[in-house]
Design a binder for this molecule. Structure first.
Ligand code: SF4
Length: 368
């Protein structure tokens, strides 16, 4: 399992190496047309920030070559805000006292119908982490209820066992998203102070269990702002390389969510600027030409508009982060989104940028 080979010291060494990269190293590297994982410390170096224009141009060219002009659109749907963990940066953290909500069958169906009517075909189901309220059986039932309305169903829930993932795949789920939050173990324990989530290795190994169980797509990510972004980037690359090597038939995607204002007093300890995030996205595109890169509504409309053509392949739209948020907006949300535009406005923006927004590019029901 990945937790057995994850090497913190090696990641720290890579960060140090990256900090000493020179402008000359960057210029040499950018002469290439094909990049490898060994180029990542150069492309993510402080020196490479001055070559952002070239990085962006190369990233656009590779993205158009591999993905055409398409931009996959999806919508998140929260099933529950119950959580039995304390994560110091999250609105669902168990110490926040408010009435919790887990959607029942009728509410799940209603939300799904509203979203399907808006035109969404790809959906991501999210929950807090409370196995008591959101068990594998609950998730299986929710997936079965919404399956008739969508061509792709992703899940972003607590780490599960291989057998649980298999049950959810059989019910109709095809994509698994699970962010490590931070790959820096010491920081991880600092932010996750109570609950099952404190088990760092359990989270680290869950995606692999999902790959073994047979998910069509696996999405990795770290919540940027919890620790040094370069450390997270090299750790994600290490995770990705490991998974790609062993589970080569799985499709992979990555997200770089930046932490946003949430309930409580959390302040970003390790901010990452727009420029650095652009560097991160374009560098990953150069090194991993076929990787899906997802951009969420956590980011502002202006930033999303600017970055969309540079390497992004998937965007969320019209998101709500509370259970029942599309039919009954009264329950607590996990975090505030920044881009509040509706699906049609996002489609209009993408079209103006010569991108082809698609709400469906994959249909599980067509697989034999
Ligand atoms: S980040 Fe996830 S596990 Fe942590 S409090 Fe929020 S919903 Fe619960």
């Amino acid at each position: 399992m990945f937790s057995e080979i994850f090497n913190h010291n090696l990641i720290e060494e890579t960060v140090s190496k990256s900090l000493f990269v020179t402008q000359k190293d960057v210029a040499e590297c950018l002469k290439k047309s094909v990049f490898s994982e060994h180029d990542l410390p150069i492309l993510l170096s402080p020196s490479a920030e001055n070559s952002l224009e070239i990085l962006a141009q190369k990233s656009v060219a590779i993205t158009r070559q591999r993905f055409g002009n398409t931009m996959q659109l999806f919508i998140p749907m929260y099933l529950s805000n119950e959580c039995f963990n304390t994560c110091t940066y999250c609105g669902f953290s168990m110490e926040h006292k408010y009435q919790r909500k887990t959607l029942n069958d009728d509410e799940i169906r209603k939300e799904a119908m509203v979203l399907a009517k808006k035109g969404f075909k790809h959906i991501l189901l999210l929950t807090g982490e409370s196995p008591k309220h959101v068990s594998t059986d609950y998730l299986k039932n929710a997936i079965t209820l919404i399956a008739p309305y969508f061509s792709s169903i992703g899940i972003e829930v607590q780490p599960l066992q291989e057998e649980d993932y298999r049950i959810l795949i059989n019910a109709g789920a095809d994509k698994l998203t699970l962010y490590q939050e931070t790959y820096h173990h010491e920081s991880y324990l600092k932010y996750h102070t109570f609950g099952l989530k404190r088990n760092f290795n359990n989270r680290l190994d869950a995606l692999e269990k999902g790959a073994i169980a047979g998910f069509y797509q696996i999405n990795i990510g770290a919540l940027l702002g919890l620790y040094d972004w370069r450390y997270e980037a090299f750790a994600m690359a290490s995770h990705l390389n490991y998974l790609k090597k062993r589970y080569w038939n799985v499709k992979y995607a990555i997200s770089f969510p930046r932490i946003q204002e949430m309930i409580g007093e959390f302040h970003q300890a390790y901010p990452i600027t727009d420029k650095q995030l652009t560097q991160l996205i374009t560098a990953f595109r150069l090194v991993y030409p076929d990787l899906g890169i997802t951009l969420s509504t956590r980011e502002s409309a202006t930033f999303r508009d600017n970055i969309a053509p540079l390497g992004i392949t998937t965007m969320s739209a019209e998101s709500s982060t509370s259970p029942g948020g599309y039919t009954n907006g009264t329950h607590e949300e996990q975090f505030h989104i920044s881009d509040n535009r509706n699906l049609n406005e996002i489609i209009e923006m993408l079209t103006l940028k010569n991108l082809d927004p698609v709400t469906k590019d994959w249909d599980l029901s067509l697989m034999s």
